[in-house]
Write a protein that binds this ligand. Structure first.
Ligand SMILES: [Zn+2]
Length: 276
């Protein structure tokens, strides 16, 4: 059975990752990961793009058109597809993920810890402050792996986005946050690979020099994608940017799930699959 850990580094633009995430870059450079440049959908805004990353639908189709739309995603998504296939699901993520896939509005006392739920995300630990330390978020993820043995786990960090808003895209503070995330991943990823997980690391959107995102510029839309999987050829494939709509069907392909009806055809993505 195929397993996957899907990491979203909120607000981590392509250039920020290249300049600061030395571990991830090393793994791509040394042929241990595949690296892509992804172009986010629009608006380059968190909640709409969480929905897009996990459903494969563009924003006008899934209807989560801005950060203020607080309701459950109605479309089929990675979590619902995993559940239908009998896979175990979990998330260590910002509370908007809980609102999209479990219940809205999020209520901290009831919803911070959700275990053995019949919802699409069976087990979750959700934070609700943007400066919740990424170190704690990764600890939450390790707890869920140890306790729940998920087949599909979403790990969603917020400190890069938070520092970008506080100090602007390209600031020293945002670079420090990206370096911290890379350090946490340098400890976690080898462990996850040894446990038999495939790992995909990307971002929802980037950040501009005003400390904002939402619009249609490369700084706001270009994000990295690092893929660790024995199913795919490793290497650097950043010359031909990839549409963010292809991330969800890529995850389906890696998990041996049939994609949902509304997802894009994976053949548009030039991932080289072994034996395919
Ligand atoms: Zn943001």
């Amino acid at each position: 059975m195929k397993k996957m850990i899907f990491v979203i580094l909120d607000g981590c633009g392509y250039t920020l990752a290249k300049e600061n995430c030395g571990f991830l870059e090393h793994m791509a450079e040394s042929g241990q990961a595949a690296k892509y440049k992804v172009i986010s959908q629009l608006p380059s805004m968190s909640r709409p793009l969480y929905a897009t990353l996990l459903s494969g639908l563009s924003v006008y189709r899934h209807g989560i058109v801005n950060n203020l739309v607080s309701r459950a995603l109605e479309a089929e998504n990675l979590f619902s597809l995993c559940r239908a296939a009998g896979l175990t699901t979990a998330a260590a993520a910002y509370h908007w993920i809980c609102e999209l896939f479990i219940t809205s509005p999020f209520q901290p006392l009831q919803d911070r810890f959700v275990l053995n739920s019949p919802s699409p995300i069976q087990n979750g630990i959700y934070y609700f402050e943007d400066d919740y330390p990424d170190s704690h978020l990764f600890a939450d993820a390790l707890f869920l792996i140890a306790q729940c043995e998920p087949d599909f786990l979403l790990v969603h960090s917020m400190n890069i986005d938070f520092q970008g808003h506080q100090h602007r895209g390209g600031s020293r503070e945002q670079a420090v946050a990206a370096m911290k995330a890379d350090l946490l991943l340098s400890a976690a990823v080898p462990q996850w690979l040894a446990q038999g997980y495939q790992v995909v690391i990307t971002a929802d959107h980037g950040m501009n020099e005003n400390g904002l995102h939402g619009g249609n510029t490369p700084a706001q839309r270009e994000v990295p994608l690092y893929l660790f999987s024995p199913q795919a050829a490793m290497g650097i494939y950043e010359e031909r940017p990839v549409d963010q709509l292809l991330v969800a069907p890529l995850l389906c392909r890696l998990l041996d799930l049939l994609p949902a009806a509304g997802m894009q055809d994976i053949t548009a993505l030039e991932v080289v699959f072994h034996g395919a």
